[in-house]
Design a binder for this molecule. Structure first.
Ligand code: FAD
Length: 383
């Protein structure tokens, strides 16, 4: 692309081009600013877009950027300090503080809009904890719906086995299909009669009635259509569960809003050991269906009824066994029995909170070197 700076690599030409409306050179990072990095090969073109949003604060760089940089460092994230600029690189994106003794401009940039929304909200909360919420001025948002919210419509809800229902939702799920998108989302259930959460004048989510009044359980996208216009969600039914109750009265065309994509992304490894109870079966099945053909997967799933076990039709290198979920220790014991095989592999363990805590302790104390481990509490039993 002529007129734009480009750097030549042996096989790839990287081109960086910037577009947007600039109020002035200093304010180059306006709301509609976008930075695109394009990698060209002979036949392939990959575009990576960074979505951005800015804020200005009447407080010096040392008062705002420095404490947040220290926090990021303590969380293990990269922090660069260059003259009057501090850049933090975190999983959700990059935040840049540019300032002097009196004021600081803060610019957030993330690979996707949903990540940008989460990133801004995380930092808005941190800035508020520094006691600076009153003096921050955000650039006005372009949208009215939070960038991580999708409004969907119920297409169907069918019982697929004794303890599982499958819900199909229609909507615009392009973000869920993106490379590296999180596998999960949250349903949004608010107090009776209120509107869906919307963006306030700062581009932050305003929760009618207050966020604590919203039930926001995390679920997994089990499957997504080729055109990203529907998703399937597999729900483990349990007495007393609010989602189970909601499904009881559900009708085609009912509207629901969800926040996502979020959470863990598709893992990559040559060998994977996956352990999960019924709530993690959707994650495990999605991983198995989407891993590369060369990946070897061994999965153990704890189920109330072995007939709930889903079949995988793909021609992949996997082995799935089910164990009885009513024996609370069984999943953890199976992990313990297999630990020697897991050396150097990817490990996933997701179940009820007490089991996840024990699994984490066990892995920490074990002499086996796990490649990457993802150990998560998927639900909490009422004591
Ligand atoms: C990353 C992630 C992904 C998940 N994906 C899925 C998924 O795809 N499908 C799925 O079914 N679940 C999934 N879960 C688990 C789900 O979020 C929880 O089970 C959640 O509590 C269900 O919300 P609810 O409104 O049905 O239950 P609530 O109304 O919040 O629960 C009421 C009570 O029931 C108990 N309870 C909660 N969950 C269960 C359970 N599963 N079994 C027995 N008792 C329970 C609790 O003690 C709770 O106090 C996932 C969780 C995480 C963290």
């Amino acid at each position: 692309m002529p007129g734009f700076p480009s750097v030549a690599f042996p096989k790839i030409n990287w081109e960086i081009f910037i577009f947007g409306h600039y109020k002035s050179y200093q304010k180059a990072f306006s709301t509609s600013f976008m930075l695109r990095v394009k990698a060209y090969t002979n036949s392939v073109s990959v575009a990576l877009t960074l979505e951005a949003h800015c804020a200005e604060i009447q407080a010096g760089l040392t008062a705002v950027g420095e404490p947040l940089a220290c926090l990021a460092e303590s969380n293990g994230f990269k922090v660069e300090r260059i003259n009057s600029t501090i850049i933090i690189t975190a999983p959700l994106g990059k935040v840049t503080f540019t300032g002097n003794k009196n004021s600081t401009r803060i610019s957030f940039a993330s690979p996707t809009n949903p990540e940008l929304q989460l990133f801004k909200e995380l930092y808005a909360d941190r800035i508020s904890k520094l006691g600076l919420a009153e003096i921050i001025e955000w650039d006005p948002p372009r949208a009215s719906i939070p960038l991580n919210q999708t409004r969907c419509e119920v297409v169907s809800c069918v019982n697929i086995s004794k303890n599982f229902s499958r819900l199909r939702l229609r909507g615009e799920f392009t973000n869920f299909k993106k490379h590296n998108a999180g596998l999960h989302f949250r349903f949004l259930f608010g107090p009776k009669g209120v509107e869906w959460p919307a963006l306030d004048a700062n581009g932050l989510t305003s929760w009618p009635g207050g966020i604590s009044k919203w039930h926001r359980p995390v679920f997994t996208v089990r499957r997504i259509s080729v055109d990203a216009d529907w998703i399937d969600v597999d729900i483990a039914l349990h007495g007393g569960g609010r989602i189970t109750k909601w499904l009881d009265g559900i009708k085609t065309s009912d509207e629901i809003a969800i926040n996502g994509p979020s959470g863990s992304k598709m893992p990559k490894a040559e060998r994977m050991f996956l352990f999960g109870d019924e709530t993690a079966m959707p994650t495990i099945m999605r991983i198995i269906e989407n891993v590369s053909i060369n990946t070897e997967v061994r999965a153990t799933i704890a189920l109330r009824d072995p007939e709930d076990l889903q079949k995988v039709t793909e021609d992949k290198r996997f082995q799935i066994v089910s164990v009885d979920m009513r024996d609370e220790q069984k999943l953890l014991n199976t992990l313990k029995e297999r630990i020697d095989l897991i050396n150097g592999s990817y490990l996933f363990f997701a179940a009820e909170k007490t089991q996840a805590v024990k699994a984490r302790e066990f892995i920490r104390s074990s002499s086996v070197s796990v490649g990457t481990a993802k150990i998560a509490a998927y639900w909490t039993r009422n004591l």
